[in-house]
Design a protein around this ligand. Structure first.
Ligand SMILES: C[S@@+](CC[C@H](N)C(=O)[O-])C[C@H]1O[C@@H](n2cnc3c(N)ncnc32)[C@H](O)[C@@H]1O
Length: 272
């Protein structure tokens, strides 16, 4: 991406996560606490560690990691979602936690100055996901740990391309979901030795998936994303495994609910 493209990408990210700071913040903090705890175990978070949570959003990882490490910084590009994260830290009485405005592609930390760098559900919003992992690997010391949680795309390029098209219709700040093999290769290229890896399938109701992106039925983005998703149903051509779920249908609604599957990868590694 050129500098101009990156600026535009940052604008799209801020627009999306300012517009949905509360609805997305509620969703992420309520549903991702267990994932944060799992990642903390996978990277072996402990009381002497200093850590960073990149693209922390409402503090999804940082608020949980603060209970395990000495200090953690949550870094994000969107002021509105950082304000929400700070509010939560205050409500929860967490004092070993700071939040800062910044770009995950250019971390404000010296080489080897941290023990842990983590990020969740963020790489698919980055202009260059490899650069983010590169920064995480740079900022941690030898023996330090890097942890990532993110959705992954199919290894089949055509299926992945269609999935990314649907994601971008839902959320213009979506750049690209990586396939697992690409993420593993990026880790290896940065001298990161995999310590643990898990893949989880998350069932999402389409209407709620759109709700946390800020859209409702009748919005152009909602209706067009649904049309694209329905078109993939017969062959599962985007890899979302979409299906109608009759039990969710309401009498006064024409369209039955669709459920989809998000495949989520948890990756923990050590810098060698
Ligand atoms: C889908 S949210 C994930 C938030 C949180 N990590 C979670 O798991 O709930 C993506 C977040 O990435 C942030 N973001 C996107 N691009 C970024 C960048 N280049 N640098 C820092 N933050 C970024 C957005 O502002 C948003 O808060």
């Amino acid at each position: 991406m050129t500098t101009l493209d990156e600026k535009n990408q940052h604008r799209l990210v801020r627009e999306r996560f300012t517009r949905t700071a509360e609805v997305f913040g509620d969703f992420a903090t309520a549903t991702r606490a267990r994932s944060a705890e799992l990642l903390a175990r996978m990277v072996g978070a402990k009381g002497s560690d200093c850590a960073v949570d990149l693209a922390c959003g409402p503090g999804t990882l940082a608020l949980r990691f603060a209970r395990h490490v000495r200090w953690i910084c949550g870094l994000d590009l969107t002021p509105a979602i950082l304000a929400r994260a700070r509010r939560s830290a205050q409500t929860e009485g967490l004092a070993n936690l700071d939040f800062a405005l910044g770009d995950a592609q250019a971390l404000p930390f010296a080489d080897g100055s941290l023990d842990i760098a983590v990020t969740s559900y963020s790489l698919h919003h980055m202009p260059d996901a490899a650069r983010v992992v590169d920064e995480m690997a740079r900022a941690v010391k030898r023996g330090g740990r890097v942890g990532v949680i993110d959705i992954v795309a199919s290894e089949d390029a055509k299926t992945a391309a269609l999935s990314n098209r649907i994601e971008r219709m839902r959320d213009p700040s979506h750049t690209r979901t990586l396939p697992k093999s690409e993420l593993q290769a990026i880790f290896a290229a940065n001298g990161l030795r995999i310590l643990a890896e898990e893949e989880h399938e998350q069932d999402r109701a389409f209407t709620h998936w759109m709700h946390v992106a800020g859209w409702k039925p009748g919005d152009r983005e909602f209706d067009e994303t649904r049309r694209l998703m329905e078109a993939t149903m017969a062959e599962d051509s985007a890899g979302f495994h979409p299906r109608f779920v009759a039990a969710d249908a309401k009498e006064d609604e024409d369209a039955p609910e669709i459920h989809i599957i998000n495949t989520v990868l948890f990756l923990a590694a050590e810098k060698i």
